[in-house]
Design a protein around this ligand. Structure first.
Ligand code: PHE
Length: 331
C-alpha cells in the first residue's frame, strides 16, 4: 500500500475508535509487529524511504496518544455524569486541634499573674535535694523526703516533688524584689486513683520585697480566685504547717457552684480547699543569701488539675492523660 493511502486509512481508523479497546486494536493493526508499516520498515534499503516511513510512524503514534487522551477524558466525563459527582460541593471539614484543657488553664493562670506584673518562671523537673528540701528548711526526718514519697534519681537528685523547688532556683539566680509564678510538672509516689497521680501540675507563686506581710498574700490570693472563679468569691485561711513558711496557712475559697450555701462540689461546707501558703521562713532567705532583715515574702502553691476538675465538674483526674478525644474535645 502506498504510504499516503496507509496514512489516510490509519488516521481515519484512529479518529473512528470510540473506546480505548478499539484504539488498541487500531494500534496493533497499523503499528504492531506484523503491521504493514513495521514490515516495510524492516525491508527498507535506502535512507530516504527509511526516514519517510519513520516520520509516518511518529505521526501515527502521536495521533494515537492524542486520541487516547480524548477517550479517557470522555470516559471520565461520562463517569462523573453517571455518578452525579458535584465537584463544587465543599469537601469534608479537616478537624481542628485544640489546646489541652490543662494548658488552657495554665495559660489563664499565667495571664492573671502577668496582669499583676509577675513573671512566669520556667523551672526544672529534675532538681537537687537541696532545691526541693534542704534549702526549704525541710527537716532531715520529714516524711516528704522519704523514697516512698519522692522519686530519687540518685542520693542528691530528685524529680521535682513540688514547685516550691523553683522558689529556690529563682532566688539563687536573682536578686529581690521578685514577683513570679512557676508552673510545672511534679512527681510523687502516689498510686493513681480519681484524685491522686504520680505526676501532676502545680504552680508556685512567690513574692519577695520589702515589707511583705500575710495581708499581701491574702489580697493576692483573693484577686486570683476572683479572676478565676468570679467576682463574688471570698477566701479564708486556716493555720497549717509547711517547713518553709512561717506562719503557714491553707486557704479555701467559697464554692463557685453554690455560692457558699452548700452542694456536692464543696461537700456541703460552702468552702473548697485550694492549697498551701505562707510567709517565707527567714531561714530560707538565709539559705540562699537574702538578708531576712531587709526582705520578706509570701509563697503559695496550687494544683492545676484540681482547678480544672472543680471548674468543669470533672470527677476523675485520670481523664486528663487518657487522651480520650471525646472528653478532651469538650473543652
Ligand atoms: N509546696 C507545698 C505543697 O506542695 C505548697 C506550698 C507552697 C506551701 C508554697 C507553702 C508555700 O503542698
Amino acid at each position: 500500500m502506498e504510504p499516503q493511502v496507509l496514512e489516510r486509512e490509519a488516521q481515519s481508523a484512529i479518529e473512528g475508535a470510540s473506546t480505548a479497546a478499539e484504539l488498541d486494536d487500531v494500534r496493533v493493526r497499523y503499528l504492531g509487529r506484523k503491521s504493514e508499516l513495521k514490515q516495510a520498515l524492516r525491508a527498507v534499503r535506502d535512507r530516504e524511504t527509511g526516514m519517510a516511513l519513520n516520520a509516518l510512524r511518529e505521526r501515527l503514534e502521536k495521533a494515537i496518544t492524542t486520541r487516547r487522551r480524548e477517550l479517557e477524558e470522555a470516559e471520565l466525563e461520562q463517569l462523573f455524569a453517571q455518578e452525579g459527582l458535584d465537584v463544587t460541593l465543599p469537601g469534608d471539614p479537616i478537624p481542628r486541634g485544640r489546646l489541652h484543657l490543662l494548658t488552657q488553664i495554665r495559660r489563664e493562670i499565667e495571664d492573671i499573674f502577668v496582669g499583676l506584673g509577675y513573671e512566669v518562671w520556667d523551672g526544672d523537673e529534675v532538681t537537687a535535694v537541696w532545691h526541693s528540701f534542704d534549702a526549704l528548711t525541710t527537716d532531715p526526718g520529714h516524711p516528704s523526703r522519704s523514697p516512698s514519697d519522692t522519686f530519687y534519681l540518685d542520693d542528691d537528685t530528685v524529680l521535682r516533688p513540688h514547685t516550691s523547688s523553683d522558689q529556690i532556683r529563682a532566688m539563687e539566680s536573682r536578686q529581690p524584689p521578685l514577683y513570679l509564678i512557676a508552673p510545672g510538672r511534679c512527681y510523687r509516689r502516689d498510686t493513681p486513683d480519681a484524685t491522686h497521680s504520680p505526676t501532676f501540675l502545680q504552680f508556685e507563686c512567690l513574692a519577695v520585697d520589702r515589707g511583705i506581710t500575710l495581708a499581701d498574700l491574702q489580697g493576692t490570693v483573693l484577686h486570683f480566685f476572683r479572676a478565676l472563679f468570679g467576682p463574688e468569691r471570698e477566701v479564708r485561711m486556716r493555720t497549717s504547717f509547711f517547713p518553709f513558711t512561717e506562719p503557714s496557712v491553707e486557704f479555701d475559697v467559697t464554692c463557685f457552684l453554690c455560692g457558699g450555701t452548700g452542694c456536692a462540689v464543696c461537700k456541703h461546707s460552702g468552702w473548697i480547699e485550694m492549697g498551701g501558703a505562707g510567709v517565707v521562713d527567714p531561714g530560707v532567705f538565709e539559705n540562699i543569701g537574702y538578708d531576712p532583715e531587709e526582705w520578706s515574702g509570701f509563697a503559695f502553691g496550687l494544683g492545676i488539675e484540681r482547678i480544672a476538675m472543680l471548674r468543669h465538674g470533672l470527677p476523675d483526674l485520670r481523664a486528663f492523660w487518657e487522651n480520650d478525644l471525646r472528653v478532651l474535645a469538650q473543652f
